[in-house]
Write a protein that binds this ligand. Sequence first.
Ligand SMILES: [Zn+2]
Ligand SMILES: [Zn+2]
Length: 579
Amino acid sequence: MTEATQVEEKEQQWGRVLICGGTNWATNGRKERSANASSDLLSPHILRSLCNVKITTLITGPSANYAIVIDVHGAAYIFGRPPSPSLATEDGGVISEHYPNKISPSSVGLRQGVKWVGGAAGRSHLFLLDSEGGVWGCGNNVVGQIGLPISMLVDKLTKVKGPWSKDASVKIVQVTAGHTFSLFLTSTGQVYASGSSECGQLGNGKTGERLVKGGKLAYDVEVPPRLVQNLEKNKIVQIASGNQHSLAMDEDGYVFAWGFAGYSRLGLQDQNNRLVPTLVPHFAGNNVLTRAHSILCGPTNSIVIDRQKMLQMAGKWKVTGDGSTGQPYTYFKPIQDIMSCRVIKASCGGCTHFVTTPEAAGNVMTVGFGQGVVGDLFLYGELGLGPDVGKSATRPQKLEPLSGIDVIDVAGGAFFTLFLARPNAALSDLTRYPEHIDSASICVVCNEDKDGVDALECERCDQPYHLGCLDPPLDEVPEGEWFCPECEQDADAGPDEEFRPALGETKPKKTAAKTSAVDTLRQGTPASTGQAATPVSNKPASVRSTTSAAASVKGTPKGGVKRKEADDSSLQGSARKRR
Ligand SMILES: [Zn+2]
Ligand SMILES: [Zn+2]
C-alpha cells in the first residue's frame, strides 16, 4: 500500500528494506538538481543501515520525499526530508537514510508495550498510528489538514482527537494524507475528514467557496475531523487518497470516490468534482467477483484491485499515449500488459506504478512502469529497472534486478521506491547500500591474521569474525544472512533502545589495533572485543538454498529468538566470507 497501511490486515510478516531512486533528499525534485546524479540508485539495493532490522511496514507516498518504516517491535524509523523540522537530524532539514531517526512510541508519551503499527506520508504532513488506535500527526497544518487546531506547523508528533475519541473502544485503523486534507478510518467503519474542502475532498457536500480580500477564493476548512457524508450506512474497511481525491471501499467491495475529478481520476466518466462519496458503478455489480478487493490512489489516478485480483486504473497515470493528459482513463480499465497478472501488492509513487504477482516456480515477480514529465530527465531510477535499462517504462516491465527476490511489499515515494523483501539467497546477492564501508581487516575478536582460516563478514558492519572466535564457535560458514553479535543484538533492540548506525556516528577508521574498530562503532559503550561480551545468536534457521561453500552467498531467514546453541543441522551453505 502506498501512503497508508491498514492495521487490520497486517500479518506479522517481515522483510528487509530495499531502496532505489533519488537519495539526495535536499535536491530531490528541485530543478537545480543535475541529471544522472551519482547518488541515484538505479536498481534496488539493500539499505545497509536497517538490514538487520525486521521491518513489517513501509510508509511513503507519491508526494513524499521521505519514508517511515516500522519494525516488528513497533519502533518507527524515518529518513529523507520529513515535513517537520523537529524530526530532522541534519542541516537542511534532512535525515540520512544511513542514520535514520528512530522514533519510539514512548517518546510521545505512550506507555511501554504500545507499538507503532501504521501511518501515512503526505507531501507536507505525516501520521503515525499506534496499536491502541491513536493517531499522531505533524507537519503543515495551515488548513487544519492534520486535524488539529489550525497553525502553520505542528512541529512535534501530536495526538489527533476527533469525534471518535468520545468512545474509548473506537480505534483509528487507517489514515491517509492528501495535499490539504486527511482521512481517518475507525474500527467501526466510519470515515472522518479534516482540512480544506476546496474540491470536495472532505465529502461533506460543500466547498464553502467564497471571495475574500483581493479577489481571492477561500474554502471551508474542517477541524477537528468531521464525519464524511453518504457513507454512514456502509461499513468502510479501506480508504485511499491521492493529492486531491479519495476512495473508500466497504466490506462488500463497493467503491466510493470523491474530491477533485480532473483527468477523470474518480473513474466516474466525467471531470465533475464530487462533494460527497459517490458509488463507482464499475464495482457495484451483482457478481461479487467483480467488486473491489483493495484500493489505492496515485497523485492523479485511482486504482482498484478487484476480487479476481485484476488491477484497474482510472485517471491520468502516464505522460504519453493512453492514460496521459490527453487520453486519461475516464473509467476503470485494466492495463493491457498486466491484465492476466494476479496482483498481490500494488503501489503508486510520484510517477511510478508497481505490482507484485505470482510467477511460475512459486516466486514473486515485481513489475514496474511509469514515465517522468520530461522523459528520463527528472527521473531518479525510482523504477529500479537497473543501470542498463532506461529510467522510464511506458509499458509494464519486470524488474530484473529483483528476479528471485520475494518482495512482500512495495511503497512508491515521490522520487524513490522502497521494497520489503524476505531474506533468501537471491536477496543476499543484491548489492548493499552503501556498497563498501570501512571495517577491520582482521578478526575483531582475536585480532590475529590466521593464515587460511575463514573469517565471516557481518552483512551490516562488515566486521570480520573467525568462525572459531564466535561464542559458540561455528564449524562452517552458516547458510544465509549472517550478522555479527553486535548487529544481531541491535536487531532485537526494543523501540526504546537507541539506534546504532552501521557506519558509526563518525566514519570509523580502518585499523587493526585491538578494540578500536568495534569500539568506534559502539560509541563509548564498554569494550566488547572479549569472547563472551555479548550473547551470540548466529543460528540460521530453515535452510532453503543448498548452495555449497561458494563465497558470499547468503540467504534464508533467521528466527528472531536468541539462542545460545547453534543448530548444527543448518550450518551449511555459506555466508559472506573472507580470508
Ligand atoms: Zn579470530
Ligand atoms: Zn555487524
